[in-house]
Design a protein around this ligand. Structure first.
Ligand code: RDL
Ligand code: RDL
Ligand code: RDL
Length: 155
């Protein structure tokens, strides 16, 4: 059976993570169907993810960008709860890639975080969809990070 992946991204984001993630999924799973759904902002992502799953996606990756204000952070908290609800309701993974604009002061660094986080999580999604529960077990406890270099295991 051909696997089907959903990509939900936003026009609010300042980096085009959707196009990047499309290429990563394509290279990790060359036969896959990939559907992209672009919405205005993060609060629109839960329903986009739900609709992608309703139309047959085996897993979804969401690509959000959170502004610097308290209001933006509250919007993200609401979004995160919504995305978790979608996962619980559908029993499918919705991998949440979020870049917080206050993670870095300069734009180049923010872009680097976005590219690294989106790429690593796209690979995580493909692994989970292709191989299931134990796909990531060999990395358990290794202190992996997305957007930064790995924190590493404490031994
Ligand atoms: O449904 C339309 C909008 O309400 C929705 O797109 C929101 O997600 C837009 N939005 C905010 O209203 C906000 O206060 C966003 C942010 N902050 C944000 O930080 N990032 C977004 N959208 O992607
Ligand atoms: O769906 C992919 C990720 O969004 C998800 O795995 C998150 O749980 C990753 N994550 C964060 O995004 C974060 O800001 C984690 C932490 N903080 C954290 O403190 N511990 C985690 N994950 O295990
Ligand atoms: O140790 C530094 C970072 O890992 C920490 O600040 C995280 O909270 C940063 N982070 C996010 O803010 C987020 O929205 C992470 C993720 N998502 C994520 O998916 N994976 C991370 N960090 O490793």
């Amino acid at each position: 059976m051909t696997r089907k992946y959903g990509i939900a991204d936003t026009t609010f984001s300042r980096v085009d993570m959707g196009s990047l993630v499309y290429k990563v999924i394509r290279s990790e799973d060359s036969e896959a169907d990939i559907v992209r759904y672009t919405v205005p902002g993060i609060k629109d992502l839960p329903v986009a993810a739900k609709r992608l799953i309703d139309e047959g996606c085996d897993g979804v990756i969401t690509l959000g960008w959170v502004g610097k204000t308290m209001l933006d952070k509250y919007s993200y908290l609401a979004t995160s709860i919504g995305l978790i609800m979608v996962q619980i309701l559908t029993s499918k993974h919705v991998i949440d890639v979020t870049v917080h604009e206050d993670e870095a002061d300069d734009e180049e660094k923010l872009k680097e975080i976005a590219i690294d986080r989106a790429t690593k999580h796209a690979k995580n999604l493909v692994k989970l969809v292709k191989e299931g529960k134990n796909a990531l077990t060999k990395y358990a406890g290794k202190g992996l990070r997305q957007g930064y270099s790995n924190a590493g295991e404490i031994d």
